[in-house]
Design a protein around this ligand. Structure first.
Ligand code: TXA
Ligand code: MG
Length: 350
């Protein structure tokens, strides 16, 4: 199949530019599109066959449910059983990088929800995503537009790398603003459980709910018999080919000094060592496979760059990768969670 690339011109009206892609989705085809978090691989969420095509294009296990994307929070009424918590979240954070798990209505096929009786609902903020949903007139089921197991795509070129010739079209709307997938929450009596951390932080959720808990697997290897609440969180993800080690700050004095000495030692012995570190290390930590991902305190920048850097490593000859972990506050928790998965929970305490 020839995949058409549709480049968006933000100085012109969007609706006309996405019209053909919207028709492709209504016809049962697949179109990758930009959102503020990562690129999504969209198909008609009311069409069981479209969902099957999505799983096939990604090589994704079919027990891993898809998120349905809607234009307005109230559109959820048609597809699931909403509740007060949903509207509390919607009023505070939608449109935006948050996904809510709710009991599904019959109209949503089980192939979209991986057989579950709940469905994940998200109302994205990106103007192209919104224009596409509006023009299609159906909810759009969309996982991240990567091959299963690879980092989520934060640019059209990442999508082209993974899905070219497997889907009908890719809408190129530039780089994703946030760079990490949406926060996923499940409402429950008295509060919410966070299944996947993201741009809407635990701190932000705590402003509207008294009780915000984290699903176990977010910062710990899931060793219990119970599966994570979001089926997708159980899969090894984001992992480059080389082994990744995550360097964690456990409060020892002079963390930066220790880490720099450690990295220098590694690079002296093996100049091809891969490194992901803060901009502040730039003068001292230098090498062919060293990537800087923003100032130490700039979580937003780390979030934006992480997946692109992980993908770049697959084009290098780095035998091992050492990455400095961010602070766990705010969006730092989401970055840490993705890095943990990329490292397969390989943590170095220095
Ligand atoms: O930012 C995002 O959420 C992006 C953009 C495209 O919107 N989408 C995305 O989708 O990250 P995906 O499929 O890569 O991740 C969806 C996650 C998976 O971990 C899946 O298991 C979980 O959401 N999920 C979906 N439906 C669920 C449900 N009914 N119950 C629990 N978890 C669910
Ligand atoms: Mg994904």
């Amino acid at each position: 199949m020839i995949t058409e690339i549709v480049k968006i011109d933000f100085s012109k009206p969007l609706d006309a530019q996405v019209q053909k892609c919207a028709e492709t989705i209504v016809r049962g085809g697949l179109v990758a599109f930009p959102t503020e978090t990562v690129y999504g691989l969209g198909g008609n969420a009311l069409d069981a066959d479209a969902a099957k095509k999505i799983y096939a294009a990604k090589g994704r296990p079919s027990d891993n449910p898809l998120i349905i994307h809607i234009e307005k929070p109230s559109d959820a009424e048609e597809y699931c059983l909403t509740n007060d918590s949903y509207y509390k979240i919607a009023n505070a954070f939608m449109p935006g990088p948050i996904t809510v798990i709710l009991p599904k209505k019959e109209i949503i096929p089980f192939s979209v929800t991986g057989g579950l009786s709940t469905v994940a609902v998200r109302c994205p903020e990106h103007p192209v995503a919104r224009a596409l949903i509006r023009a299609a007139g159906v909810p759009i089921a969309a996982p991240s537009a990567n091959t299963s197991g690879r980092p989520s795509p934060t640019s059209a070129s990442h999508v082209i790398e993974d899905l070219s010739s497997k889907i009908d079209a890719i809408i190129d709307g530039g780089d994703s603003e946030i760079g990490l997938e949406s926060t996923i929450v499940m409402p429950r009596d008295g509060g919410v459980t966070v299944l996947r951390p993201g741009g809407i932080t635990v701190e932000m959720l705590s402003e509207i709910f008294d009780d915000v808990t984290l699903d176990e697997g977010i910062v710990k290897k899931n060793e219990s018999a119970s599966a994570p609440l979001a089926p997708g969180m159980k899969y090894r993800h984001y992992a480059p080919r080389a082994t990744v080690f995550l360097i964690k700050d456990v409060g020892n004095a002079d963390f930066d000094g220790r880490v720099k000495r450690f990295l220098k030692g590694k690079l002296d012995r093996e100049p091809l060592t891969g490194v992901i570190c803060f901009d502040e290390y730039r003068d001292e930590i230098i090498g062919k496979n060293v990537f800087y991902f923003g100032k130490k305190a700039d979580d937003d920048e780390h979030a934006k760059r992480l997946f692109d850097i992980l993908r770049r490593f697959d084009k290098t000859d780095a035998p091992e990768i050492y990455a400095t972990a961010s602070d766990l506050r705010g969006v730092g928790l989401a970055i840490y969670n993705r890095m943990l998965k990329a490292s397969g929970f390989n943590i170095l305490e220095i």
